[in-house]
Ligand binder design. Structure first.
Ligand SMILES: [Zn+2]
Length: 141
């Protein structure tokens, strides 16, 4: 019998490895397995996990700080609802117990304030179009 060593390719980091277990092993190590699992989970559930609380109407009698869950905000979850919420939060700060720090953390979680608009041509001077989610305006930077 020819027992030549069979290499597998890790489905996460694409490194070749010799499987240690008899069953089909997709990943070279547990780290890759966990990361792949996590990546898959966030990719498929990001739509459903869009924090619904963030759309809550601001209630001036109650602190709304806990309605903004920066940890639950993912890049994929950035939508009109979130942009509206952030816009209101920045423009009507007197009604919003959320502090500037909270909002800055959200901006960090969603990759910053300015988001490149891919289907708009850059200006002749090379500046590119961005959507400013704070002002809800198109800006060239
Ligand atoms: Zn791997």
């Amino acid at each position: 019998m020819n027992q030549e060593t069979k290499y597998y390719t890790c489905k996460y980091c694409f490194e070749a490895f010799i499987p240690k277990r008899r069953r089909v092993q997709k990943y070279c190590r547990n780290t890759c397995r966990n990361k792949a699992h996590h990546a898959r989970k966030t990719a498929t559930t990001s739509q459903e996990t869009l924090p619904t609380k963030i759309e809550n109407k601001p209630d001036s009698t109650k602190p709304t700080k806990e309605t903004i869950n920066a940890a639950g905000v993912t890049n994929a979850a950035l939508g009109t609802a979130l942009a509206n919420t952030l816009g209101k939060a920045f423009t009507k700060e007197e009604n919003k117990p959320a502090t500037k720090k909270d909002l800055l953390e959200i901006l960090k979680a969603i990759n910053g304030r300015y988001h490149l608009i891919k289907n708009l041509a850059p200006l002749s001077d090379g500046r590119k179009p961005y959507y400013d989610i704070v002002k809800q305006e198109l800006v060239y930077l």
